[in-house]
Design a protein around this ligand. Sequence first.
Ligand code: DC
Length: 245
Amino acid sequence: MRLDVGRQAKRPSHNERMDTSIPVLTIDGPSGSGKGTISRLVAQQLGWHYLDSGALYRAVGVSAGWANLDLADPAALVRCAFDTEIRFRETPTGDLRIIVNGLDATDELRTETAGAAASAIAAIPEVRTALKERQRDFRCAPGLVADGRDMGTVIFPDASVKVFLTASADERAERRYKQLNGKGVPVTLAGLLREILARDARDAQRAVAPLRPAEDAVRIDTTGLGIDHVVDEVLALVGNRRGAQ
Ligand code: DC
């Protein structure tokens, strides 16, 4: 996997960015569907770049919080979306750290508070527009795995392969519980389920780029499936598409 979101040092030229011959695999789905884990593993196997679009929304939400911005002030949030410096860094042990305005905000970004702030600001159309080009900038050779909610529908509608992952709300809450509990974050299963259902509803009902599968997306229900199984299924889709070209 190539992690060079902080590749401000070598920004691609406009032509390079618009090069639609660079393959993109989009993996969309609701929170806890496993898209983060699956996307990273698939990117690793393919040797492609990886875009965690949710982290961008979370980073803007956290940055807005640090600046005491009003979540009801779209103009301030748009400025924040443009100005927030977000870098992804892989540690020697393979951990992904997210640096926001120079500070390691990885742990704060994972909290449900950051998720809720991200979901709220993600409903503002101008914020989504502000982040659009930043997301498209990740399309670099040899390919990109883009993980989010609207990767296949809005950001990369021409992606070569589109996947939409789902899982039951109970299983998603349980996965999140294990993940956060393992990191020592104090949460309850019932609380997480409530938050997941509320966030699903908000993400699905918002007027702009609501959470929905692209028409040409392959849906995979990951309830009860192991990670390796899903990774193999996604890799097979990429392989089939390459074979067909
Ligand atoms: O994937 P995540 O849980 O880290 O995303 C956090 C929030 O950001 C999610 O509730 C909705 C928003 N989001 C979005 O609207 N579009 C994306 N492509 C990614 C995330």
